[in-house]
Design a protein around this ligand. Structure first.
Ligand code: KE4
Length: 425
């Protein structure tokens, strides 16, 4: 890595733990010093040394329309010129709430927050407040933000750094979380048969993107819906990552599952801090000040962030947007698989909407156990070989990748050319 990035990383570590404000940015899993980014446009990033990269991180999902899209930047500038924050209701928040509920019809009511973590925290509190029960079911390798009771066998950075169950979470808290295996319908049904009356809610990434990309097996999401309905548990689909990426209406639209609550984030802020929790009116009306489940936030519904989210949603719902971005993503994974085959490397890749996964194993994994069979050392070598050739992938074998509307044939061709060499590095 260039000296300037090394110097910045060394300086950052003097004041910021590990030099980063979110663990997975530290390159701990892949090794080396992370490039410090300076600017972005469309599908590309430039680091502090002016080195350019094709970006397949997209800020971990939000930048679905591409970086610094003129319509989004203009909306942010116009909003900022009026006010940076009110702490009072605004018309723009109504517009964003209306857009979200229109695009994701299972949301009859929605509350805006500032992150996916806040959304998940609120969703499980609502599930507990609504049912009067305590037990929350989650799945190993799924990540729902750094919520105490969900940092139990979690994915993303927790999995990347080998501490899926975080320190600092009291055993009494973790005791109210039951962790199951993603895609294991029989285990799910046994758990509900044994403890159904205790379960307040189930939270799941309908398409897992925090243990690398793992698709739901046919019947798994349907079983989740059926068991929650049968036992009066709240089904929470965490669509912070899948929302507006797996399909315009999220994974729930693609797989035809109607959850009781949904959490959203990333895309609905267009790169600025916005999260949301929404769903059934009878559950959402338990939230303060209507009901006894407290939740609040100084910057919830911030006018500048809401402006970015509104402008982004206008772009993602434009005719042909989803189809184009899905086709680009499919071209990427098909091309990578072809290059790996040419190089004689054991590798596969898959995509859904504008999310994709790359795996150094023969077939796409359908469970965390199968993800763990991927050759992580081989991924790390590939990651750095691609970075050196100007392609920025997620710096962890346990993350999904993201394509934006700004990625076109030129970016895909450049990426595949880099991969041709990187598979041989
Ligand atoms: P935030 O609190 O980071 O906005 O959202 C938490 C969250 C909730 N649910 C899902 C499905 C998520 O993917 C996330 C956050 N995703 C990670 C990337 N895997 C964010 C990147 C990071 O932690 O730096």
């Amino acid at each position: 890595m260039s000296q300037r990035n090394e110097d910045l990383f060394a300086r950052a570590q003097l004041r910021i733990p590990a030099g980063v404000n979110s663990p997975v940015r530290a390159f701990g899993a892949v090794g080396g010093a992370p490039p410090f980014m300076a600017r972005a446009s469309g599908a590309r990033l430039w680091d502090a040394e002016g080195r350019g990269y094709i970006d397949y991180l997209g800020s971990w999902g939000p930048m679905v329309a591409g970086h610094t899209h003129p319509a989004v930047v203009e909306a942010v500038q116009a909003a900022a010129a009026k006010a940076l924050s009110f702490g009072a209701p605004t018309e723009a928040e109504i517009e964003l709430a209306e857009a979200i509920c229109r695009l994701v019809p299972s949301l009859e009511r929605v509350r805006l927050v500032c992150s996916g973590t806040e959304a998940a925290m609120t969703a499980i509190r609502l599930a507990r407040g609504h049912t009067g029960r305590n037990l929350i079911v989650k799945f190993e390798g799924c990540y729902h933000g750094h919520v105490d009771s969900l940092l139990v066998k979690a994915g993303s950075g927790a999995l990347t750094f080998g501490n899926p169950s975080s320190a600092g979470v009291p055993p009494e808290t973790a005791a109210h979380t039951q962790v199951l295996d993603f895609n294991d319908t029989a285990q799910l049904e046994r758990t509900f048969a044994a403890r159904g009356g205790e379960i307040a809610g189930v939270i799941v990434e309908p398409v897992a993107g925090n243990m690398n990309l793992v698709l739901p097996k046919p019947g798994f999401l349907e079983a989740l819906r059926a068991q929650c309905t049968k036992h009066g548990a709240v089904l929470i689909l965490d669509e912070v990552m899948t929302g507006f990426r797996v399909a315009l209406g999220g994974a729930q639209a693609r797989f035809g599952i109607r959850p009781d609550l949904t959490t959203l984030g990333k895309v609905i802020g267009g790169g600025l801090p916005v999260g949301a929790v929404g769903g059934r009116r009878d559950i959402m009306e338990r939230i303060a000040p209507l009901g006894p489940v407290y939740q609040a936030g100084t910057l919830s519904g911030n006018p500048v962030a809401v402006a970015a989210g509104l402008a982004t949603l206008k772009l993602v719902e434009a005719p042909g947007f989803q189809e184009r971005i899905e086709a680009t993503t499919q071209a990427l994974v098909d091309g990578l698989a072809a290059e790996a085959k040419q190089a004689g490397v054991v590798f596969c890749a898959q995509s859904i909407g504008s999310m994709f996964g790359v795996y150094f194993r023969a077939a796409p994994p359908s469970s965390l156990a199968e993800v763990m069979q991927c050759d992580q050392e081989r991924f790390n070598r590939f990651f750095h070989a691609m970075l050196e050739r100007g392609v920025y992938l997620a710096p962890s074998a346990y993350e999904a990748g993201f394509v934006s509307a700004a990625h076109g044939a030129a970016e895909i061709d450049e990426t595949l050319l880099a991969a041709r060499e990187a598979f041989r590095a």
